[in-house]
Design a protein around this ligand. Structure first.
Ligand code: GLC
Length: 596
């Protein structure tokens, strides 16, 4: 009897231990992914460009923010024509950022703090300095078809093979004097497109994914996915309906039926997912994930998640760029509601929502919508179900920096006339840590892009010590959103025509988000708000965190709040509040005790 009991207790302990150590397969579904733009985050070596040691030194900051994972824009060997999106060796860290050991250390140290590291995988193109391209140019048989090579139109060397345009502007073909053929590049001419119809290319690229998975990364952000395949017949693209006034060398002057979102492209993303799923199946750690970047139509965006019925899966999520592309200074509360509901109505239930506010390719939210709306958009992003993606600096409300034409770095904007409109340098200026030289980004050496003059007023150090700061609001948001059950129901309403209202409700509690979008100060009468408490408030709010609201509240112009209230029906049910793993352990204990 005694031995029996001992055995049972050991069994029980093993079971609890096993449950506790189960890989977390759903961690990403409510995660906060924080994008680090390494060139501009923290420059430890003081050479003017951020580096991995710099990121390591800021891990405590990331921990304090409460984020789940960070994705790093490319840090691999590269001539840096497109700031690292032109890779010449996918397995080696560029000396500009440090070395492979630094990356190993970063992964290890970040994991210790519970932060996962996601890498940026750039599959569409390599750098022209990649060994594969050099071998392809020189006619090495294995590499002849690694890229998209064509003769000129009618074999005329002077005429490109067709009218395809580069995303960065101008014709997407460049003539190579050595090979005496044209090669295709969706982006800069230093970024030749790989040929995904060549199985060796596919294999090589998949091997790179596995290589980094083996190094312990939590997954990949996959760059520029819609462009992987091009029409096999190389037919011309047709002009858009609205070509009037559009510069004919501008990518938007054509419809991209021959170069964008081809079925084979979707299939390749599904193949990448199969690889990740297979990897996950054979490994016990937390799920590795992929997230894809696809600027495309809404219907196509959904397909990057996978097929509607889930019979083929794509990315764990594909970035939802609506808060970047569809929100403007004039968007009303109803416009925002419509943007969100479009996702609720159309994303198949098996997939996970995600909300992206900014990235290194778009003007910062503070510049796009005004600093006074930064908190509101962050809180909105955080209250919604699903994944939240933050671009470094948004948490302190950084605005676009000031960059002159002669300080330019972005290959997309080389023409002075269109520089202001096209350059992405503005959103890439160095991170603002404090009010010391160069905003604490480095120790004073000239920075690759100028530090914004705003750093004196907008920096981490200052906001850490200011109670009502964007940063403290962000931290409070991240902390509180972890408490919202993923199963909480979501309802959206526009009250009094300008107050965007979101309810996240479970049987036991409700979170309310209120945002007076561009309206006059507005009194909201809503019995549902009775006894709710202010949990978070925007920096422009005069209200007090912790104060109790009766059914009436005045919401000022641009003010945003998150309120919380316990549901009166809550009877404190033990079963309801208990984590499933604990519940299983308790049931198991009852079972064991019963059987001895
Ligand atoms: C993606 C990147 C962008 C880069 C382009 C080409 O859109 O986000 O920065 O220029 O791909 O790689």
């Amino acid at each position: 009897m005694h031995i029996l009991k001992m055995n049972s207790v050991i069994l029980l302990l093993v079971a609890i231990f096993a449950i506790g150590n189960c890989a977390n397969s759903d961690w990403w579904k409510t995660a906060v992914f924080y994008q680090i733009y390494p060139r501009s985050f923290k420059d430890d070596s003081n050479d003017g460009v951020g580096d991995l040691k710099g990121v390591i030194s800021k891990l405590p900051y990331l921990k304090e923010l409460g984020i789940t994972a960070t994705w790093l824009s490319p840090i691999f060997k590269s001539p840096q024509v497109d700031q690292g999106y032109d890779i010449s060796d996918y397995r080696v860290v560029d000396p500009l950022f440090g070395n492979n050991n630094d990356l190993t250390e970063l992964i290890k140290e970040a994991n210790k703090l519970g932060i996962k590291i996601i890498l940026d995988f750039v599959p569409n193109h390599t750098s022209e300095e990649h060994e594969w391209f050099k071998a392809s140019v020189n006619g090495t048989p294995k590499y002849l078809d690694y890229y998209i090579w064509r003769d000129g139109e009618n074999k005329d060397d002077k005429k490109p093979p067709n009218n395809w345009l580069s995303n960065f502007g101008g014709i997407a073909w460049t003539y190579n004097e050595t090979r005496k053929m044209w090669y295709y590049h969706e982006f800069a001419k230093a970024q030749p497109d790989l040929n995904y119809r060549n199985p060796d290319v596919v294999k090589d690229m998949k091997d790179i994914l596995v290589y980094w998975l083996d190094q312990g990364v939590a997954g990949f952000r996959i760059d520029a996915v819609p462009y992987l395949f091009e029409d096999v017949n190389f037919e011309n693209e047709t002009a858009t309906d609205k070509t009037k006034g559009v510069d004919p060398s501008n990518w938007n002057s054509l419809q991209h039926t021959k170069t964008l979102d081809l079925n084979e492209t979707l299939d390749m993303i599904y193949q990448f997912r199969e690889l990740i799923d297979e990897y996950n199946k054979n490994h016990t750690e937390d799920t590795r994930v992929i997230m894809t970047e696809a600027y495309t139509d809404f219907d196509k965006t959904l397909l990057y998640y996978g097929l509607k019925d889930g019979s083929r899966l794509g990315a764990h999520f594909t970035f939802n760029f609506d808060f970047i592309q569809s929100l403007s200074k004039n968007s009303s509360a109803t416009d925002i509601k419509n943007i969100i509901e479009n996702w609720f109505e159309n994303l198949p239930e098996i997939y996970t929502y995600n909300w992206v506010v900014g990235n290194h390719d778009n003007h910062r939210i503070a510049t796009r919508l005004g600093v006074e709306n930064v908190d509101a958009i962050m809180l909105l992003q955080g209250i919604l179900p699903g994944v939240m993606v933050t671009y470094n600096g948004e948490e302190i409300g950084m605005e676009d920096g000031e960059v002159d034409f002669d300080q330019r770095q972005d290959p997309q904007a080389t023409d002075e006339k269109t520089f202001k409109e096209k350059s992405r340098d503005f959103e890439r200026t160095p991170f603002q840590w404090d009010n010391s030289t160069n905003a604490g980004f480095n120790k004073g050496n000239k920075t690759w892009l100028p530090v914004s003059k705003n750093y004196i007023n907008t920096n981490v150090e200052l906001q850490n010590t200011t109670v009502d700061s964007h940063l403290n609001i962000y931290k409070s948001l991240i902390k509180n959103r972890k408490k919202i059950s993923p199963a909480a129901k979501t309802k959206i309403e526009v009250l009094n025509s300008t107050v965007l209202t979101i309810y996240r409700t479970t049987e036991t509690e409700t979170y309310f988000y209120l945002y007076n979008r561009l309206g006059e100060p507005m009194i909201i009468n809503n019995a549902g708000l009775n006894n709710s408490k202010i949990l978070i408030k925007s920096t422009n709010s005069e209200k007090e965190v912790g104060s109790i609201i009766n059914g009436t509240i005045l919401v000022e112009t641009n003010e945003s709040l998150i309120l919380h209230k316990d549901n009166p029906k809550d009877n404190g049910s033990f079963l309801y509040k208990t984590q499933p793993t604990v519940l299983i352990a308790v049931l198991f204990l009852i079972f064991v005790l019963n059987s001895i």
